[in-house]
Design a protein. Structure first.
Lengths: 337, 337
DNA sequence: CAAACTGGCTTAAACGATTTCGTAGCTTGA
DNA sequence: TCAAGCTACGAAATCGTTTAAGCCAGTTTG
């Protein structure tokens, strides 16, 4: 490998001079700089990130923490979209991405230790499970972090507008004339809590009384459970006219169940999803849903994290709310007249 | 940060002794080792991967290259599954994962340069676009690589059994009595070529003549184009009785088109997908498809790559074929009687 | 009993880069 | 003419870790 030393010998200058020339310091003569740059290119010199990291204590490397309770991990389009855009933005700003995990090889480390071990400058945390103590240890540490969809002690985070999303959906459904709206919701997480609160509040503000049995617990990304919940709702004497699903993918379970019972969407039953994944927009009828702007979230997360890293003094911790978009598909029927 | 130096001072031994004690060298007294290990734990010592990498020339870090022509990137479940399992297996073997990209920050590098820059011990390459010269430069280099779904000059690769997959599908469809099978295929890649060849061969071996207009070009992961192709096939005077789609997701476009024309699946038209993503198995009727075993592929890729890295002498380059599984759903009708 | 060996530790160099502090030589100004 | 200032560069320390080589005392061997 070509190193700075090789260049310095070839050019008859010291290693210090080469380093300065390549890094644009001003105390080197113009001719010398030109010569060094030329020789460096000729010899195929590449800087060594490892050596630089060791000396400077900065790796230009961002850790990404995806903890996966559910088993679907990166397969969830919401997460993979965030990761994809986070990666693009980080790279644009000169940072690489490394996954942070526990237990690398035989050596067992927690997330915080792993981050230090790899000298990551900061970590983006996207996980369902923020109750994990190892995750909390990392967030609470001195390492710059940005958490997605979770706020810890006023630290920087990027949040999807769950309140606004559910509110927009419910308002739209209400405007279409629906008064009996059921909500099949995901497992108990802070996100789910926000959605439930928003659902309650919105309904209350619209003067809607929602009976307890219109709330059905299910899981995210699990069509089977949503299917079961759907069946229970169909069995009610006062069937809802519209069902909200935990997410677009879970809705598939409901869709199948409705079809099995000969209940047509949206004529006999209106439905809405959440997420706005690709799938939702290619189904027919097109699913009414709330699109979470995962691209913007990933991008913002990378941007804020880099800011925290590069201006630790001036970068204020903040919660960035990324609003999504109501996608009016064709699965909520207008029953006004 | 606690370093080896701190421990050495506390224990009254040299840094070399500490390093050896922690790394299990045998020329240190048992008492000394015990004491050093204890003090290290007490002080919260963590090894520094960067320093180690610099000294040893080994980073225990694997690069992952995902190039994305299509724009859907990691969002494609096939890729994200591979990545997920690759990550798990690499970590199990003591390696971290870093994404390799071009153009990090203002400095422009190709993939090979980036890999050297970050001192990655090896790279797993998963991309659609193997014609990219920068990708080829990396594969052809001295850096250990494992490519997915692509063979370069007999180097190690992990391959999905595209030949066997299409063959299995066609045989199954033939056995169900179909003689007019159309094939909507993806864009021109080596994978597509293999599938087309397999389709031709299998049909020939079954004595099936397939007219040219039963082959429709479309794109992977693009329901719209598959929808259009479906429409064209429906307009034919000698309609096929079964349509093969580029992949499960694209099939959605066909599904919609068929429904629009009042063509019911599978009574009026049989269909099959490819990939076996989650979606395919929650749709009703359940999609008949060929499941690519992305988990095994990612796992094998990581395993082989680590082998190439750790035993460069003895690890023979090889092509590992990962076979998938025919998922007999309910979308291919038995029309034998 | 000298030579050879051994266990247990240290010394010092090395990995590749950056940066602080000099300093030699030149120009400038009064 | 000389102090001051500037330009262009170098010496050396440093980041944290590893390892070849050396050393010393004590033990074994011929």
């Amino acid at each position: 490998m070509v190193t700075i030393k090789d260049i310095s010998e070839r050019c008859g200058v010291s290693r210090a001079t080469v380093s300065k020339a390549l890094n644009g310091h001003t105390d080197i003569g113009a001719d010398t700089i030109a010569q060094i740059r030329r020789v460096a290119k000729e010899m195929g010199y590449l800087p060594n990130a490892t050596a630089r990291t060791l000396k400077l204590g900065r790796s230009h490397n961002i850790g990404v923490l995806f903890v996966d309770k559910t088993g679907c991990g990166l397969r969830h389009e919401y997460f993979s979209s965030i990761l994809d855009s986070l990666k693009v933005e980080a790279e644009r700003r000169g940072y690489d991405i490394t996954f942070i995990s526990k237990d690398i090889g035989e050596f067992s480390m927690d997330y915080y230790e792993h981050t230090k071990y790899r000298n990551c400058d900061g970590v983006a945390i996207a996980t369902v499970d923020f109750s994990n103590p190892a995750v909390l240890k990392l967030i609470a540490s001195e390492i710059p972090t940005v958490s997605l969809d979770f706020v810890y002690d006023n630290r920087t985070s990027v949040l999807s507008d769950n309140i606004g999303g559910i509110s927009a959906l419910v308002h739209y459904i209400y405007d279409m004339g629906h008064r009996r709206i059921a909500f099949i919701h995901g497992e108990d997480t802070s996100v789910t809590q926000k959605r439930l609160i928003s659902f309650h509040k919105t309904c209350a503000s619209l003067g809607l009384h929602v009976p307890e049995y219109y709330f059905k617990p299910a899981l995210y990304h699990d069509p089977k459970l949503s299917g079961l919940a759907t069946r229970e709702l169909l069995a009610l004497s006062d069937r809802p006219t519209c069902i909200l699903y935990p997410d677009d993918f879970s809705f598939i379970g409901g869709m199948n169940e409705l079809e099995r019972h000969g209940v047509s969407i949206p004529d006999d039953m209106s439905v809405a999803g959440y997420d706005g994944i690709l799938l939702s927009q290619v189904l027919r009828p097109r699913l009414t849903t709330y699109r979470q702007d995962a691209e913007t979230m990933g991008c913002e997360a990378a941007a804020k994290l880099v800011e925290l890293i590069e201006q630790p003094k001036t970068a204020l911790p903040q919660q960035i709310m990324v609003s999504g978009q109501l996608l009016k598909g064709d699965t909520v029927k207008n029953i006004n007249e």
